[in-house]
Design a protein around this ligand. Sequence first.
Ligand SMILES: Nc1ncnc2c1ncn2[C@@H]1O[C@H](COP(=O)(O)OP(=O)(O)OP(=O)(O)O)[C@@H](O)[C@H]1O
Length: 503
Amino acid sequence: MAGEEILLETQGITLTEDVRINGVDIEATLAANGDLAWRSANAFAGERRLSLDKEVLGIELRGTILTVRSFVEEIKEASCLGTRKREVKRVRKDYVFELETEEKGMVWGERLSACIGSLGRPKRLYIIVNPFGGKQCGRKIFANEVKPLLDAANLLYTLQETDYQLHAQEIVGSLDIKKFDGIICVSGDGVLVEVVNGLLQREDWNKAIKVPLGIIPAGSGNGMAKSLLDSSGEPCSISNAVFSIIKGKKRALDVASVIQGETKFFSVLMLTWGLIADVDIESEKYRWMGSARFEFYSLLRIMNLRKYTGDVQFVPAPGYESIGVPLTQTEESNKHDDPILSPGGKVGNDKTLQSKRYQGPSVSLEESHWRSIEGPFVYVWLNNVPWCSEDVMQAPEAKFSDGYLDAVIIRDCPKSVLLSLFFKMGDGTYVSSPYVTYIKVKAFRLAPGQRVGNPRKGGIIDVDGEVIARGDDKQKRKQYLMSYGPPIHITIDQGLATIFCPR
Ligand SMILES: Nc1ncnc2c1ncn2[C@@H]1O[C@H](COP(=O)(O)OP(=O)(O)OP(=O)(O)O)[C@@H](O)[C@H]1O
């Protein structure tokens, strides 16, 4: 029978063949969905199964030889200080199936290719590598850990390195997006945020922002990669991130618009003001300490704790309506004068900006009941995802596409308690402290004030690791995107972007 006839006749049924696997004669089956099974040569090991969707990168057929390239979980046990540690890690394994005839090889090869094709995996990717992010290993990470997996999956890609800050934003601003099934950043979170901003500045932003994004952790802040992998119960590793992109599963991702007057910045991770921003940005001068700079500077800042005056207003998500106090009649009516955001108006329809770029979500906040919290504040932290780095879970309830941001606010807190809360950030349990206010919000308005006891100095507003405004001496020396003082409005566009995820 000719190969095509066999293909037609065998569609939908499990095929059973005598094959040689890695040199041993064995009976193997190939299910209609592409899953493989065979009895191991080792009688005690029992049956071996290979899930096409969850374990196979790609295949290669040469005559009667079919190579299945897999990426399978292996359990490694190690003994450490008398305790046994169990670690699950994926390893590359090739299974070489030798079929009796070329026709049979073709039937198996075609079925596996068709099944892989039906999984919706990406075929061509645009990959942006930041050679400067994190420990400056982006290039090495791509060559040693990313490329081998992409090649094993027969994935085509175009590679582009960033040469300077905001280069990624510029690149995606003019990229021919039709050619690619995804844009992948081998970087920290900063480059991913540049990509989101670059896509939303295009005239065809509504199509561009639907291109699936991917992140392979190669920075010092890898909060998005950690959040995506952890939410599927996978350890945050480069190879797990690459495999999740190859498998092609996607999820929607909320995008927050940070707006002051006519200036806009789009965020997918977090906005922070007060202690956290001070530690993140001011600890730069201790970069030589490595990641210990955060612990060291946090301790320093808590000992010399700053508080900032100001106020925040927000539209709470259902279930959080009792937090804060309702706005007074006067405050409500003042908001109606706000050209960008008012409870009685629409966000993002400002006529002054005639640009075709994305203008922020067109959500009606007409019926919303705004509430407020008065300062002074130790910090205000708005979050889109649970993790801001690989070891800080600052917003355990945050969801990728629930249409809300998780606001974590500390106003007053004894220094000793604050210190203990910092040590509990690894598992998010700190949010249950009575000193922490945790609210899911639909919209947020931040009016940042000056330091208590030092009214000449303001704080830092940090969005996704980028300083967008600061109220200290440095403000005079550098131009920031926004000014410190006037209110900053934050609204959320539910599920505007799409991102590759493990499952
Ligand atoms: N070739 C380059 N030289 C200098 N800066 C660059 C280059 N390419 C990209 N950048 C900038 O590096 C910054 C950090 O990038 P990235 O997101 O990879 O890492 P990060 O984890 O956010 O930060 P970092 O690791 O630097 O603390 C971004 O602002 C980006 O614009």
